[in-house]
Ligand binder design. Structure first.
Ligand code: HEC
Length: 112
């Protein structure tokens, strides 16, 4: 219900500046959660994690455990030319944690 198209403005701005096609910019984060910090983390995620595959891959993976993401991000970082620094990895994991919480909330709802 409170879903927003996060990063639309950001994506348009990026496209205008760099001429690169914007990565998919839709993420299921509620407006209430969308702090400037989280938005910055999301931007890192959207940029780094859309380089080799669509963002839908991580967004639709239904991971509900931070440890799984820690392993994934480490694995993706090790890919040659991932361009993901350690700092990027931390920002990305902060954003992914929000997805984990949403996934858990959904699962709790289902098992009621
Ligand atoms: C350098 C290229 C590259 C980058 C950058 C990259 N990935 Fe991947 N990713 C891959 C490849 C190749 C696969 C498929 C093979 C595999 O699972 O190892 C994949 C698969 C995945 C999968 C699905 C695995 C499965 O079992 O289906 C997820 C989730 C994922 N990536 C998340 C991420 C996240 C999150 C980021 C950003 C931190 C990221 N990727 C950045 C190359 C990349």
């Amino acid at each position: 219900m409170f879903r927003v198209l996060l990063g639309m403005g950001w994506a348009l701005g990026l496209a205008a500046c760099s001429g690169r096609p914007p990565p998919e910019s839709i993420t299921p984060v509620s407006e209430a959660q969308l702090t400037p910090e989280l938005r910055a983390d999301y931007d890192v995620f959207a940029q780094r994690c859309s380089k080799c595959h669509s963002l839908a891959k991580p967004l639709n993976s239904h991971v509900d455990d931070d440890d799984v993401w820690i392993r994934y991000v480490a694995k993706m970082r090790r890919q040659p030319a991932s361009g993901i620094s350690e700092r990027d990895g931390e920002a990305i994991l902060r954003f992914l944690h929000v997805l984990v919480e949403q996934e858990r909330a959904k699962n709790a709802e289902k098992s009621k």
